[in-house]
Design a protein around this ligand. Structure first.
Ligand code: FES
Length: 129
């Protein structure tokens, strides 16, 4: 069963950390954050990450649940998340910035690390509903 390790973007930002810090998840693991902000989820094959987070009792941001906004966006730090059809993110955002929509995204690798709540990134603001 794939595991998704997550970190809240707002926490990363508060700490002054960067998306491309080499030891981002090591630092997060050592920092003693609440489980809301840092932890891991077991996800079934093909299960949407947003739904897995909700099933575990977390309140991650979303709006349309259909790949048409940026509210549920996360950044993949390690591993891969495959999305259903979406038209809201550019190729550059998907391929270079590793942005994924968690409402239509499922784990493609056994271990995935993501920064969720990425809707707060400046370049996604214009697509947050
Ligand atoms: S909630 Fe709108 S794309 Fe996921």
């Amino acid at each position: 069963m794939p595991t998704v390790e997550y970190l809240n973007y707002e926490v990363l930002d508060d700490q002054g950390w960067e998306m491309d810090d080499d030891d981002l998840f090591d630092k997060a693991a050592d920092a003693g954050f609440d489980e809301e902000d840092y932890g891991s989820l077991d996800v079934a094959e093909g299960e949407y990450i947003l739904e897995a987070a909700e099933a575990q009792g977390y309140d991650w941001p979303f709006s349309c649940r259909a790949g048409a906004c940026a509210n549920c966006a996360a950044i993949v730090y390690e591993g891969e998340i495959e999305m259903d059809m979406q038209q809201i993110l550019s190729d550059e955002e998907v391929e270079d910035k590793n942005v994924r929509l968690t409402c239509i995204g499922s784990a493609e690798t056994d271990e995935v690390q993501i920064v969720y709540n990425a809707k707060h990134l400046d370049y996604l603001q214009n697509r947050v509903i």
